[in-house]
Design a protein around this ligand. Structure first.
Ligand code: ZN
Length: 157
């Protein structure tokens, strides 16, 4: 069976940015994912369409097909009062409510001017390389289609 919209794919993958491996399933459970429901990065999903069980492929995903470009406007200085007495330190991550909705921000710097936060996704601007091995492809069942995600074997969620 070819991978297409509303198929469920079981796959191993490793994702790299440059020489750094960011994540890998090869030493753990494979990923089970429903295709066509925004579960994968667009660039990765496009490359999977038409592939079959047993295929191995390497996929390069540019920022515009991945986590997006970096936007300097998402780096902002906010007053320390916004953190209500918390011990804010560089590297901490927060959920923030902005005009664009819920957003994850990371603290870059803390000084007398305030707290510099970066709302870019940590992988924004990165070219990602995926090594993928397709272990299985099957049609999604009705529950999976209704829920918009895959149900791995022996698991209901
Ligand atoms: Zn479900």
């Amino acid at each position: 069976m070819n991978i297409a919209e509303n198929t469920v794919v079981v796959m191993h993958y490793a994702v790299h940015s440059g020489d750094t491996t960011l994540d890998s399933t090869y030493d753990k459970q494979p990923l089970t994912v429903l295709i066509g429901h925004q579960q994968l990065l667009p660039g990765l999903e496009q490359a999977l369409i038409g592939q079959q069980q047993g295929a191995t492929l390497q996929v390069e995903v540019p920022p515009e097909q991945g986590y997006g470009e970096r936007h300097d406007t998402l780096v902002q200085i906010v007053p320390m009062e916004m953190f209500a007495g918390m011990q804010v330190q560089p590297g901490m991550q927060f959920r923030a409510t902005t005009d664009d909705g819920e957003q994850s921000v990371i603290v870059l710097d803390v000084d007398e001017e305030g707290v510099t936060v970066d709302g870019n996704h940590p992988l924004a601007g990165h070219i990602l390389t995926f090594d993928v091995e397709i272990l299985a492809v099957r049609a999604a069942n009705e529950d999976e289609m209704a829920h918009g995600h895959a149900h791995p074997a022996d698991e209901h969620s």
